[in-house]
Design a protein around this ligand. Structure first.
Ligand SMILES: C[S@@+](CC[C@H](N)C(=O)[O-])C[C@H]1O[C@@H](n2cnc3c(N)ncnc32)[C@H](O)[C@@H]1O
Length: 186
């Protein structure tokens, strides 16, 4: 299951947003070859992969595929429309910490708490902001150290996209069971 406020848009309107953001993302990525390697022609090597992923989502959202539409939930952190412990794992990609320059530590704390409410385990990547600063020691992380009822660690990963950020935040609640399956992304 994937969660994003943009899923409130119709498929045609979402396509407009995707096309606009693709160009913004292309410019942002190609200005950062140390994070996102480019090929010999100067193009970001994962551009086609990302375009393909966007096309798959847009295809799922078309009216003739109503059953798949349920996999895409329009919602915004720090409030999610799921029951406590609904998921084994929640993934947050390129949102939390990425915009730490404009989203407050209070927002991050509330968002991480909400993700931990709905999922047994939470993984957040990357920890670097869109301004290329490290957000790994963002003040809100202190709340999630061992002893606070949450097991927290920053693990080193082999990144598939951002070559400059090898750190992922992993959080899990200590001593709580899971009630149902699924996996929200975002
Ligand atoms: C840089 S994109 C990352 C998209 C995707 N998670 C990925 O990794 O490719 C940031 C996304 O965060 C979404 N977003 C904005 N505000 C949000 C919020 N309050 N809660 C959850 N997602 C939000 C945006 O709609 C946008 O799709």
């Amino acid at each position: 299951m994937s969660v994003d406020p943009c899923f409130a848009l119709s498929a045609p309107d979402l396509r407009i947003v995707v096309e606009r953001d693709r160009e913004l993302a292309r410019r942002w990525v190609t200005a950062r070859p140390q994070r996102f390697p480019v090929d010999s022609g100067g193009s970001w090597i994962q551009h086609d992969e990302w375009r393909c992923a966007a096309e798959n989502v847009l295809a799922d959202l078309r009216l003739e595929m109503p059953r798949r539409r349920g996999c895409y939930v329009a919602a915004s952190l720090p409030r999610l429309p799921f029951r406590d412990g609904a998921f084994a794992l929640a993934l947050s990609g390129h949102f939390l910490f990425t915009y730490a320059d404009r989203l407050s530590s209070a927002f991050h704390r509330a968002a991480l708490r909400e993700l931990l409410r709905v999922a047994e385990e939470v993984r957040v990547y990357p920890l670097r902001t869109h301004l290329d600063e490290s957000a790994a020691w963002h003040p809100c992380l202190a709340e999630y150290l061992p002893g606070s009822g949450v097991r927290g660690q920053i693990v080193v990963v082999q990144p598939q996209s951002d070559q400059a950020d090898r750190h992922m935040l992993m959080l899990s609640r200590v001593g709580r069971g899971r009630s149902a399956g699924g996996c929200p992304g975002g």
